[in-house]
Design a protein around this ligand. Sequence first.
Ligand code: WQD
Length: 340
Amino acid sequence: METKPKIIVTGGAGFIGSHTVVELLAAGYTPVIIDDFSNSKEWIIDRLCILTHSSIMYYNVDCKNYETMHEIFMGLGDISGIIHFAAYKSVSESVEFPIKYYDNNIGSLATMIRLAKDFNIPKFVFSSSCTVYGQAEQLPVTELTPMQKAESPYGYTKQVGEQLILDALQQGAVILRYFNPIGAHSSGLIGELPNGKPENLVPYITQTAIGKRAQLLVYGNDYNTPDGTCLRDYIHVVDLAKAHVKSLQYLDKNKDTNTFNVGTGRGNSVLEMVKTFEAISQLKLNYKIVNRRSGDIEQIYADTTKANIILNWKAEYGIKEALIDAWNWELNLQELKLSA
Ligand code: WQD
């Protein structure tokens, strides 16, 4: 029986990683999860097994550790590709603890690139971020839009990460620049699990709606946008997950290194997100407009033409479906009294 190509998924128990594992299995791959569970829960693995009716191989290790990873790779035999999600992703925390971010985000990527070369692994997909653009002059941003000086150590680790890939993996790599990932799998079995108080908008909205948070603070309504609040390109996490499968399939045929924006191509404001959530949940959200949050850019959204044509990938869902799925996930979490 033909074995299914093994794909190493670092951070595979995390928000985007877990949703990508589902899509990898659906596309006929064998994902092998590497996760130190510093920002995810082990019960997500059980959920993934239930959701996909599969047993999923995973290792509870820090992928920065070259010796440990080398041993795992030796035992796995043929590895067809690596998808590297593992990274810390809090902008504010990166400002407070820059060394933790440089060590982990760049250190783990450097280790994974070394392993890819040592084991001649032909395909490498790296999770980058629209953060690399900063506040672009021209919108929507294309992949040729120049990077601005990073606003945070987190953003800088993504810029350096992209350069590491370009310098060290001349062939067989795809860099995906995520816009704002939101939502959850429609089953309600997997979703976003913020560590403590959510930094990002959508989990804060759902936690406020369910009563975990008293009030949503909207950071500024004095921006130069239609309703004064910031615009972002919110992309359903399942759409984002599918872009990773498309990237592996692209690398089956193309031995180059390529970069793609992964967004919907539309910008929505914070207040539009609040109003849409109220409409889908039939709830009145308790929120207050407060001062701007430092480090926030005014607006960004993607030109996704390149991914649409070259990866044959396009986002299928909008903010309505994503907010419905995010809310369903929050309700399921509460029902099972599972803490995030
Ligand atoms: C969105 C908007 C806030 C919370 C994040 C990650 C970044 C990247 C993209 C992965 C902003 C406003 C938020 C709240 C609010 N992810 N907001 N009240 O900052 O665009 O970037 O996603 O690569 O790493 O940081 O997302 O959800 O934090 O903010 O008003 O309680 O919502 O001001 O305008 P952001 P976000």
